[in-house]
Design a protein around this ligand. Structure first.
Ligand SMILES: [Zn+2]
Length: 385
């Protein structure tokens, strides 16, 4: 993998560049659509390519459970398996494993939605998983089997899956984790980062294996000193790039400030990926903070709930009023869906529970998001961001 910075903004931390992989070039900044089960739900890989998506991220945890990395390897790796010729990423599986733990106990995701009086302290352990020094024991949500994933296992699985960019195994702490818990967890994440680097070295070029870029992950929760410490430590290791994981405060407005803590400590010349965050209204701020790529389920997830992102805002196509609107989802959009279909038809399909509606909305939303990011790249070029 090769990362080149073409232009650095003079007014923010934004940068314009590209990542070269053996499956093609990714122009950055770039949105990475989520293909959890080796598919962007409702679309074929060829349709996804038509949305100008440049790179996808698949989910190591889910693919390990179903169908298993050996099946994917036998099929020729993820690219062959899913018929996607462009670059691919896989996450480490850490977020999903830990979501089975505290995430389930407390019902929280990455961003705390409501104030929660319960805190995770260093004294309590999650109910559904067992965190050890060398990895995590958990019960398979598929068949209840006792499973174990640690840094070595995660790298081995990701090497079999064969994505261009893979991630180190980390503990993604919950938004309700206290300082002591986060500090201890961070020590584990840092130790695991070194194990991941060693585990992968044996498979470097010369051993006959295709080269995969390995990104280290910065954690540290909402705590400034821990974020600094993590970025400094992970940034000093010989990773090819860096993922920034975990939560970003109780309030999303804090996100650019918290990203700033991390980015100032990371080496300039390596790409930075923000894991699992990217609301449309936050994209410019994320990019201005110095993020090169970010994955996010919003365009695809909302599409499956009947929501279209447009220049008029979010539209809920399930609303009856759209049956009378014989106009495209977005007049300014030149995607295949907007060129060929009207709101009335998509609303009708949703009401008739026709699956094609979800595909049409997913296609448009991905085009819309990719266009917004393309506009942001243009603004960086012109020195406006
Ligand atoms: Zn469109």
């Amino acid at each position: 993998m090769n990362f080149k910075i073409l232009k650095k903004s003079k007014i923010s931390n934004a940068r314009l560049g590209f990542i070269e992989t053996s499956h093609g070039v990714i122009e950055t900044p770039c949105l990475v659509p989520v293909a959890t089960q080796a598919v962007v739900k409702t679309l074929t890989s060829q349709e996804v390519e038509q949305t100008k998506s440049q790179v996808l991220i698949a989910n190591t945890f889910h693919l390990h459970l179903k169908p298993g990395e050996k099946i994917v390897e036998k099929a020729g790796g993820l690219h062959e398996f899913m018929g996607w010729k462009r670059p691919l990423m896989t996450d480490s599986g850490g977020f999903q494993v830990f979501s089975l733990g505290f995430g389930r106990d407390f019902g929280t995701g990455k961003i705390l939605k409501t104030k929660n009086d319960n805190e995770i302290t260093h004294e309590n352990q999650p109910k559904h998983i067992k965190i050890m020094q060398d990895g995590v024991y958990f019960k398979s949500p598929v068949d209840g089997a006792e499973l174990f994933i640690g840094p070595k296992e995660s790298i081995k699985i990701q090497e079999k899956l064969g994505a261009d960019i893979i991630f180190a195994f980390d503990e993604c702490t919950s938004p309700v984790a206290d300082y002591e818990y986060t500090k201890k967890s961070l020590a584990k994440t840092h130790a695991w980062a070194e194990v991941c680097l060693k585990a992968r070295k044996s498979l470097r070029p010369g051993s006959g294996q295709a080269h995969q870029a390995l990104y280290g992950i910065v954690q540290g929760g909402k705590f400034k000193d821990l974020r600094h410490q993590s970025a400094k430590f992970i940034g000093s290791l010989p990773f090819d790039g860096f993922g920034i994981g975990g939560e970003f405060g109780d309030d999303k407005k804090e996100m650019p400030k918290m990203l700033g803590w991390v980015i100032q400590e990371l080496p300039e010349r390596k790409p930075r990926h923000l894991l699992g965050i990217g609301q449309l209204e936050d994209m410019e701020k994320i990019i201005a903070s110095g993020i090169d790529t970010f994955d996010c389920t919003i365009p695809t997830h909302y599409a499956r709930r009947g929501i279209a992102f447009t220049s008029e805002g979010r539209l809920n196509l399930q609303q009856k009023k759209f049956l009378k609107r014989n106009e495209p989802l977005d007049r300014g959009c030149t995607c295949n869906v907007c060129l060929n279909y009207k709101k009335s038809y998509i609303c009708h399909l949703l009401k008739a529970k026709e699956l094609t509606a979800l595909g049409l909305l997913t296609f448009h939303n991905l085009c819309y998001f990719n266009n917004v990011v393309e506009e942001i790249r243009g603004k960086i070029k012109k020195g406006e961001i």
